[in-house]
Design a protein around this ligand. Structure first.
Ligand SMILES: [Fe+2]
Length: 497
């Protein structure tokens, strides 16, 4: 099939010159060469065209009344209008032409020139532009492919978001990229992630921008692309100090669920972000949204699973008054003790969670042997000793509980190695399991049992001290005694601790 001329994308050129003879000559010549040509008589006239139409090439004179060529180029830059400028210049203004190149013009031609020479420069510029476009598309496609691959292969949301920021930084040619989230996403908490190639921190930016205003605007507008002076509209009135050349911000989240913003900044770099950058940023923001959505539904599901296991434990314990609420109390004591040991937030959360679930394995033990008033037979005791292993096995398929399973498995180990199920000793027992062991015994001591009444405070202290270094970790005993002395252990109803 013969290719129709209309199938080939027309190249659109704007000629800007204050001399009408040059304008008309160029228009005639370039039209004959097959280009679509508009003409403007000065910078102001040209700028109106640039705002309305997309030009592959802007061919402009430098010295013109009103707005000159350099001013036109600068104005187009600050408005984010991405046209390729070729400068027409006389010998006297070569210096200015070089300045234009620094501002992003692609080439210049000295007056007087031969039309064929100009034709070649234009062809070269168009070719370069096409190559650039293809390269950009290829690079973008590769980056987006790598992000998609990471989203499938890596289940750590933070790692994938960091990869997105790295790619965004390159693709957008930004000085800083960052995400700032409205809603706190738990484990790991991501509220702000920044990648910067210059000496400006997330705190500096937070002090500079009116975050609330930006979030409000993004919720409805979905994006903001501001250059130069326009940035002051989202700046805190009292803020100063950062000279931001171009600011691009895209909403993260769905229409009815706004999570926050993906932002890119040009501070050292002079050129403004363009609409193409805005489109690409929207894709980055969409990827981040999907990650957060998946995480949200995963977490919802995980929470539902944990809650149903916890209610099993509660139901089991509620059958007898002396075990009722045992795991919940162990969890509370373990939380206080773990904080006293200055463990990090995640470790404290894990220990607290493990406290609630530590006896889940007891659902496999015969109910009558759990509630016997007389002591257990040897066989019954051997069966009872299996509950940490059974508990660990019940939770094993839930990979999100992998950090707390060892705490459940080892909560009956003793510091002297005489515990069960494995007889692990001292520091080899995970700290969280040692904490659970002491809190578990503490609750047993302070609760009524079928075979004895609750111990008084002095007896509890003497039990803890007497078993320090044998049953219990001596360091933990010290901390537990301190907590008791300070009255930091929450008091159980009707019981003085
Ligand atoms: Fe237990």
């Amino acid at each position: 099939m013969e290719i129709q001329k209309s199938d080939i994308r027309e190249v659109h050129i704007l000629v800007v010159d204050d001399e009408s003879s040059i304008r008309e000559l160029l228009q005639e010549y370039l039209s004959l060469e097959g280009y679509k040509v508009d003409i403007a008589k000065d910078g102001n006239d040209a700028f109106e065209y640039l705002r309305k139409f997309y030009y592959d090439i802007v061919l402009t004179d430098l010295e013109m009344p009103g707005m000159n060529g350099i001013e036109l180029l600068k104005k187009a830059n600050t408005q984010g209008l991405n046209h390729k400028f070729i400068i027409l210049t006389g010998f006297g203004t070569v210096e200015t032409a070089i300045m234009a190149l620094k501002l992003g013009a692609v080439d210049y031609i000295l007056k007087p020139f031969k039309l064929e020479e100009l034709g070649l420069i234009i062809k070269k510029a168009i070719q370069r532009r096409r190559l650039e476009e293809e390269n950009i598309q290829l690079k973008e496609a590769l980056s987006l492919y790598q992000i998609s691959e990471a989203m499938v292969l890596n289940n750590n949301v933070r790692t994938v978001i960091e990869l997105i920021l790295e790619k965004a930084m390159n693709e957008l040619d930004a000085d800083i990229v960052l995400i700032s989230l409205k809603e706190t996403i738990s484990s790991p908490r991501i509220t702000r992630l920044l990648r910067s190639s210059i000496n400006v921190t997330a705190d500096d930016l937070e002090a500079f921008f009116d975050k609330e205003k930006i979030f409000k605007l993004l919720e409805t507008e979905r994006y903001l692309l501001l250059n130069g002076d326009q940035i002051s509209s989202v700046r805190k009135s009292e803020a100063s100090g950062i000279d931001i050349k171009s600011y691009l911000s895209v909403a993260i989240g769905l229409m009815n669920r706004f999570y926050g913003a993906f932002c890119a900044f040009r501070i050292k770099k002079d050129m403004p972000f363009t609409d193409a950058h805005r489109k690409l940023s929207t894709i980055f923001a969409e990827r981040i949204t999907s990650l957060l959505e998946v995480k949200r539904s995963d977490e919802g599901l995980q929470l539902a699973m944990i809650e149903s296991i916890e209610s099993l434990v509660k139901a089991l314990e509620a059958k007898e008054p002396y075990t009722k609420g045992h795991s919940e109390r162990v969890s509370v004591y373990a939380h206080v003790l773990a904080e006293k040991m200055h463990l990090d937030t995640k470790a404290v959360l894990n220990i607290t969670q493990a406290g609630r679930l530590h006896d889940i394995g007891k659902i496999a033990i015969r109910y009558d042997s759990l509630t016997k008033k007389e002591g257990l037979t040897k066989e019954e005791y051997e069966q009872f000793k299996l509950h940490p292993v059974v508990g660990a096995n019940i939770l094993k398929p839930m990979s999100f509980l992998s950090d707390i399973i060892p705490l459940i498995l080892y909560h009956h180990e003793r510091y002297d190695g005489k515990g069960y199920p494995e007889g692990v000793k001292g520091e080899n027992i995970p700290l969280g399991a040692r904490i659970l062991a002491i809190c578990d015994s503490f609750d047993v001591m302070t609760s009524e049992r079928p075979y004895r009444t609750a111990l008084a405070k002095e007896q509890v202290i003497s039990e803890l001290t007497g078993n320090s270094g044998t049953q219990f970790d001596p360091g933990l005993v010290q901390s537990m005694l301190l907590l008791l002395e300070e009255g930091q252990i929450p008091t159980k109803d009707g019981l003085e601790i």
